[in-house]
Every structure is written in C-alpha cells, then in structure tokens.
Design a protein around this ligand. Structure first.
Ligand SMILES: [Mn+2]
Length: 386
C-alpha cells in the first residue's frame, strides 16, 4: 500500500528539524484551495520521489493558523482525505524556523514571487510551479514551470506523475483527490479557463480517483466555499485577501502605492444588508484598510444572479489617494468595462444623505472574465501610467 498523505504529514510533525537548511513549499497568501493542495501535494510527491532525504520539504499554508477556519471548502476537502488541522503548517511555523536561525529555501507554488510576510522568512527561492503572470524572478530556480492554465495543481500533478516519478508509479487516491478538488473548483468542473495541462491532469484524475463524481464534488466544494454564515465583515475581508505594491516612475505618491484586494463571493448589497447598512460596512472596510496599512482597499465581488455570473469592483481609498484611485479607475474602465453602480447603495435604507466623502467607488464589472489575477496587474499598470 502506498504512503498516505496523512501519514506523510504525521511523519513531518513528529520528526524534529535537525538540519540547518530547511526546505518549504509555500502557496500564495490568499491560501485558497489551489494554493493549499498544490503545496501539500508537491511536498508529498517530493517525499515519494526521495524518501531518504534527511529533511523532507515542509508544505506551508501562507496564512496565520487562526485564518484557516474561514476557508470551509479547504477544511472540507482536507477532511475528505483524512487530514486534520493539527497536521498542517502555517506562517507561525515558518517564523519559528527562521527565529531558530534556519536557512529557509522555498519552492513557490501558485505564485512566482515571494511577497509580504512570507518573503521576510525565505532565504532563497529554489523552485517555482505556477499559473500566474510570470514576474521574471528566480530565473535559476529548478523546476521553474510557469504556464497559463486553470489550476496550479494541474501543473504539480502532471510534473510529478508524468515527468518525475517512475513510469510504473501509481498516485494514491488521496493525493489525487486533493489535486482534483482544486482543479474542479478552479475550472468549474473543467468547463472554464481550461488549458492543455488541465486536460492532461483530468485524464489522470479519472484514472486514479475514478470513483469521484466530478460534477457532484464541484458543487459540494463550492457550497462549502460559499458558506459564510457566522462570519463578520472583517472575516470576509480577510478570507481571500492579497496585497500588492504598485510603482510609478514619475514619483506620484512617492512612486509607491499599496493595495489590498479582497475577493468576496456575495454582491455588495448583500454585504450592506448583512453588516448593518452602508455606513457600517464602510466603517468596517476603513478599519480593515487601516489594520493592513494599505492606501487602497479594493473589494472584488463575484456571484451568480438571475442565472448570470457577475462581478463588481469597489475601491475604498484613504483620503490621501482618493483622486489617484479615481484616475486609476478611469485608466482601466475600458478594459474591465466598468459602470458606476448606484442602485445597490441607494436601495439600502441607511444610505440616504451620503456626502461625497462617504461615497464608495463602486462599479459593475462587465468584463466578468477578469478575476484578481488579471485585475491586479491592470491596476499596477494604471498606477504606473498615471
Ligand atoms: Mn491558483
């Protein structure tokens, strides 16, 4: 019988770290299902490839342990393959390793440039597997696989199963299910953003986890992801959050602007209603923007309404960058097909008599194909081109 992912993680937890150099594999800071399962499966496959390594690679979830509970889809999928939270490693664990003077070499999955907190702990990036825009970093990393496709797990799974591991190797059901789960969610059961690597992995998944009903499992995971009952506004803002630094050569705002982008799976009017009205939600957003110490907090909502997939983009800039935010929006209006949206705001009762200062910069984003993966680089360009 092959080694289970659970027993691999258990082994990591019970093996003391003795070497002075330690290797981690780390997903991106949104810590979505793709990032988490890419990191775990990479570490697992690497151990299968060479179990004699004195110090196996440790998979890191790029958030504080406390924040995992906000990701019910991930908890659900991990639970399906018998992995509990106590077997996982988080930002605190990397911090601890760094504080004990370890050299930390990292493989990045589901992103190709280390940023923010994780960046502080990583000594050197030695490998990259990702499906985001290539930032042209770590050109000597090995592997260095960056390909456009729906799910990063497709790249990880194909790399090990088709290239690295022996021809007669049969991946276990649990590691297959982990990668498949992310593939299903990222491509809506292989119907959106599907590229060649996703199709190749789909073939393999059908072979090594043939009992999983892909359609049903997609729905189960999406339901778990959309279950945000009991969450506060702050919980929702930090549930799927990424932070960016934008640059401007002309020295506008001292040449630098920081932006946090929260992806949320409910429309803005739902948020107004759920969290006490327009003004109250705005206060929560401003507080979160201040907590993260960014110039602009942007909320990207995506949801299905009247059978139609829709997106909205809302900016909450600090007073200092309010006009910069407006200019950036006008730069990307055409690409994202933005339309100023008033209806939601005005239909909520507590929103009457808003002064201009209290107004949200809320837009309907008609270009629904553009997710944060595309929107963030376009905002960078908009700031750069000011
Ligand atoms: Mn991804």
């Amino acid at each position: 019988m092959s080694l289970t992912v659970r027993s691999f993680l258990n082994l990591l937890k019970t093996t003391p770290v003795t070497s002075s150099t330690i290797r981690i594999v780390c997903g991106n800071e949104s810590a979505d299902l793709d990032s988490v399962t890419s990191a775990i499966s990479f570490a697992y496959f690497k151990f299968v490839e060479n179990s004699k390594d004195a110090q196996p690679i440790i998979p890191i979830i790029n958030i504080p342990r406390e924040d995992l509970k906000l990701r019910r889809d991930i908890i659900h999928v991990l639970n399906d393959v018998n992995i509990s939270e106590d077997l996982l490693f988080f930002l605190e664990d990397v911090k601890q390793l760094q504080e004990s003077n370890k050299t930390i070499e990292a493989i990045l999955v589901d992103h190709n440039e280390a940023v923010n907190e994780a960046k502080k702990y990583i000594t050197k990036v030695v490998g990259v597997i990702d499906h985001h825009k290539d930032m042209n970093q770590y050109l000597d990393a090995s592997p260095r696989i960056i390909k456009v496709c729906g799910s990063c797990t497709s790249l990880v799974y194909n790399y090990f199963v088709n290239e690295i591991l022996p021809k007669d190797y049969k991946p276990g059901h649990d590691v297959t299910q982990l990668c498949l789960a992310a593939g299903l969610v990222d491509t809506t059961n292989f119907s959106h953003r599907v590229e060649q690597p996703d199709l190749i992995s789909k073939e393999l998944y059908s072979k090594y986890a043939s009992d999983v009903d892909m359609d049903v499992y997609t729905k189960v995971i999406k339901n778990a992801k959309n279950d945000i009952s009991g969450f506060t506004a702050r919980d929702l803002l930090r549930k799927d959050y990424k932070q960016f630094e934008f640059w401007n050569d002309k020295g506008i705002h001292n040449g630098k602007l920081t932006m946090g982008i929260s992806s949320i799976v409910k429309p803005m009017y739902w948020l107004y209603e759920e969290f006490g009205g327009y003004k109250e939600l705005k206060e929560d957003c401003v507080r979160y923007r201040e907590e993260k110490n960014v110039d602009i907090l942007t909320i990207m909502t995506s949801f299905v309404e009247n059978g139609k997939f829709q997106r909205q983009m809302t900016m909450i800039p600090s007073d200092e960058v309010k006009s910069i935010a407006k200019e950036m929006v006008s730069n990307i209006t055409e690409y994202l097909e933005l339309e100023k949206s008033e209806s939601d705001i005005m239909s909520t009762t507590s929103s009457t008599n808003l002064t201009d200062d209290e107004e949200f910069q809320q837009y309907e984003q008609q270009n629904v194909e553009a997710s944060r993966k595309q929107v963030a680089p376009s905002l960078q360009k908009a700031f750069h081109d000011l």
